[in-house]
Design a protein around this ligand. Structure first.
Ligand code: SF4
Length: 63
């Protein structure tokens, strides 16, 4: 599975603040995934935290 940040992102920063293991900020403060966003089963709760924490519904989990 992997996480993805869509064009809905407006840069609130919750994803990279709350789940720094999967996200970081770009030079403009928008959220981007680390690497290609792939994560293992052990990070599913962290990924869900990012999905539920994003005020813009910009984070999604792709199977
Ligand atoms: S929490 Fe959502 S809106 Fe904020 S930076 Fe992350 S993806 Fe973008």
């Amino acid at each position: 599975m992997r996480v993805e940040v869509t064009e809905r992102c407006t840069g609130h920063g919750r994803c990279y603040s709350e789940v720094p293991g999967l996200f970081e900020d770009d030079e403009a403060g928008y959220g981007v995934v680390l690497g290609d966003g792939t994560f293992g089963a052990g990070d599913i709760e962290a990924a869900r935290t990012a999905v539920h924490g994003c005020p813009e519904n910009a984070v999604r989990i792709v199977p």
